[in-house]
Design a binder for this molecule. Sequence first.
Ligand code: FMN
Length: 377
Amino acid sequence: MAPYSLLKPLLFALPAETAHRLAMGALAVGCRVPGVLAMLRRAYGWEHPSLRIRVWNREFSNPVGLAAGFDKDGVALAPLLALGFGFAEAGTVTPRPQAGNPRPRLFRLPGEEALINRMGFNNAGAAALAGRLRRFRAAFPAEIVGVNLGKNLDTPLEEAAGDYISAYRAVAGLADYLVVNVSSPNTPGLRGLQTRAALVEILEALSADLIDFPPTQKQYPGTIDAPPLLVKVSPDLDQAGLREIAAAALEAGCDGLIATNTTLGRDGLNDPRGEATSHDEAGGLSGQPLHQKALETVASLRRFSEGKLTLIGVGGIASAGQAYRFIRAGASLVQLYSGLVYQGPGLVRRIKIGLAERLERDGFSSLREAVGADVPL
Ligand SMILES: Cc1cc2nc3c(=O)[nH]c(=O)nc-3n(C[C@H](O)[C@H](O)[C@H](O)COP(=O)(O)O)c2cc1C
């Protein structure tokens, strides 16, 4: 397996989105070659009993997941999971396919190990994702895959609930959990749905629909009951906003929160070695400059929900120490995107080894015991 240090300069010589597409294409095609998935698992796999965690009645082999947006259309879930992730999140998917914003729309800030993106929910639509997920499920029934749902750009905000429901119906029975994405900064007005009233309306409409669409247990043994419903949160909310989100999630019987999406803030961008113009690009910022903000958001959400909601922590995780901080702040699971771009696929294994070492060092026999250790209730 070529080390990422050799591959990275080649990928970084290309525009960021081209490099991403190329890497995804190589994974998607490569994994059809017999033996490649097994080779990836051998090269990158590493599991430890202390990292297992049961969440929403599902057994995660480890808490490190692939964040939404990396594989929006579910084209390379099998090889990505073979890199050692405990779960992956497909999407954001919208009911109808859409092109997203004009390119370029993804920018690297190498000095800060950050990205700015304004993709705008480019995706092939919910029906296309459902087709891929169906094939994936048939081949890999035990893998845990969530689906992140969004609304089409041209759907009025007042009708957003209808879009989340349509997207959900298309993937009904195929997702281990569902995420209502109201936190992308790249769909105008979307973040306005993070008020308590708007969120409760969407969540209640969706929950009612989940009951109407019973589980398809026989077809998809990996999906055992109505999927848990989560909300993905912005890092740009103040404490009052976060309190509202937690209250809305509890009121609507939501199962968890993902914190956070990318930020519109530009704190922490100070390295002049970054690509000359990238710092000024519009869009959501991810990677290292987001880490502290996302971490604090998780801690706040734990407090405001009094530990009653399961939290997934995401934002600038590029080391075991950073993943561990999220867990101690209250996250049961973590996800990453930008870290993978800068550190390469070996990062997942390094995080897992480092997490197991830290649990042992701190006297925790399981991950569950460490969840929220730094934010007592
Ligand atoms: C290019 C790109 C596209 C993304 N697309 C989505 C998306 O479609 N839906 C979503 O919920 N989050 C999306 N995200 C946000 C990530 O899932 C994650 O929340 C954010 O990048 C913070 O994690 P990181 O610092 O590890 O990258 C995207 C991020 C990037 C960089």
